[in-house]
Design a protein around this ligand. Structure first.
Ligand code: SF4
Length: 182
């Protein structure tokens, strides 16, 4: 039973057509993607290959959503894929490295290039002193067991491909893993 019907009937009799209860602000609201360019793309993060709609205005990405036309993801994205816009446009992104020297008690800010040089020097020195061409039984192994690598979930397909190619085929590192698989 519609308990409000007598009230509405009385209002119609005395006031006429009921006023629209939507505020002017709500009535004038527009989706922020209105007027944006939309480009069909593919999520960079994993081999599922979900399709994305990338919305851009004035040369800047303003939103990334799942593509409903895709037979793979049918408009959905997992939390990682749904946060893709933060990969390309994030004011909180760190641009320097936090470094704590041996016996140090404070973190220090260092440039990224400094960290890259240091990592490269240490990888080379460790590999030079630990590389094994053969194991104890005389099998050809060409490996180092002294270095490991753990990748993060924000690494994309191409980065993971290059990491595996460099570390395993190039340097002989055996322990190569990604956080997304753990
Ligand atoms: S990371 Fe998520 S959204 Fe991206 S391709 Fe993989 S499953 Fe799809």
């Amino acid at each position: 039973m519609d308990l409000m019907r007598p009230v509405r009937d009385a209002l119609r009799r005395h006031v006429g057509v009921l006023p629209n209860p939507i505020s002017r602000r709500t009535a004038e609201a527009q989706p922020r993607i209105r007027g944006a360019n939309v480009i069909i793309s593919v999520c960079p993060y994993c081999a599922v290959g979900c399709s994305q709609l990338v919305y851009a205005k004035e040369g800047r990405i303003i939103d990334i959503e799942g593509n409903p036309a895709s037979p793979i993801n049918a408009g959905t994205l997992c939390p990682k894929g749904a946060a893709t816009s933060g990969l390309v446009d994030n004011p909180l992104r760190l641009t320097t490295v936090k470094y704590r020297p041996p016996y140090g008690k404070q973190w220090e800010e260092r440039p990224l290039d400094w960290a890259m040089e240091r990592i490269a020097e240490r990888v080379k020195a460790t590999r030079d002193t630990s590389f094994e061409e053969q194991d104890e039984a005389g099998n050809l192994v060409n490996r180092t067991l002294a270095i490991g690598h753990l990748g993060g979930a924000t690494l994309d397909n191409e980065e993971n491909y290059l990491i595996k190619k460099l570390f395993t085929a190039g340097l002989g590192i055996v322990a190569v893993e990604n956080q997304a698989r753990i």
